[in-house]
Write a protein that binds this ligand. Structure first.
Ligand SMILES: Cc1cc2nc3c(=O)[nH]c(=O)nc-3n(C[C@H](O)[C@H](O)[C@H](O)COP(=O)(O)O)c2cc1C
Length: 200
């Protein structure tokens, strides 16, 4: 499985968590990392053929970014607007991304308990990320469970390092597709009637 990580941080040099993720992923086999800020330059201009060819060469597409104003930094939106075109990603003949997997890798400044009903951010990350989920739906990609690192504005270098293996394990886990996971679970239950009776 080949994974393309599109990193959207306005200044990866000054970043802490996204830089650490980027560095680790860049050294991982079968993962291609791409710093969109550096590729797009100050005008955030992307070469359509290059970007679309990269998408086609990978099975799992990852959007990596720090959470800014409950969304992604603008370079990611610029990339989406320019690259996910009619006739390629959607519309007549626009089924080029169909069947690929799509995953969000995001860091937040706010703590985990703020991202709930009753927390100061009121809504869950799943709710905030809905435009990305629907982008995956529209383009025929399978939306995988996002990986979210909370409280990263204040994270110590130790905390950042400690969290890296979990991030890598999630991104490289070949079985994240919810349909595949469900089929596996059902097969396990079918093989064990006692367990099956306890799960309904
Ligand atoms: C312009 C801006 C907007 C931000 N908006 C949010 C936000 O909406 N929610 C949140 O939890 N953190 C927010 N933050 C904090 C960042 O998400 C946090 O600093 C980042 O994830 C740390 O990643 P880095 O070390 O890679 O820069 C914001 C930070 C900046 C600079």
């Amino acid at each position: 499985m080949k994974t393309l990580v599109l990193t959207a941080h306005p200044n990866l040099t000054k970043s802490r968590i996204n830089r650490a993720w980027f560095d680790m992923l860049s050294q991982t086999q079968d993962i291609t990392t791409r710093d969109l800020t550096s590729v797009g330059g100050p005008k955030m201009q992307f070469d359509l053929a290059t970007e679309q060819a990269l998408l086609l060469a990978h099975d799992r597409i990852v959007f990596q970014f720090p959470f800014y104003w409950y969304s992604a930094p603008p370079v990611l939106k610029a990339w989406m607007d320019q690259v996910l075109t009619y006739g390629f990603a959607y519309g007549p003949g626009g089924d080029q991304l169909k069947g690929r997997e799509f995953l969000i890798l995001v860091s937040t400044g706010g703590p985990a308990d703020s991202y709930h009903a009753g927390g100061y951010n009121n809504f869950s990350m799943d709710e905030f990320l809905k435009p990305f989920q629907q982008t995956a739906n529209l383009t025929g990609m399978t939306y995988l469970r996002p990986f979210v690192a909370h409280g990263m504005a204040q994270a110590t270098p130790d905390q950042i390092q400690t969290g890296l293996p979990a991030m890598l394990a999630h991104l490289t886990n070949p079985v994240l597709d919810p349909k595949v996971k469900q089929a596996r679970l059902l097969a396990e239950l079918a093989a064990d009637p006692v367990k099956a009776a306890a799960v309904s």
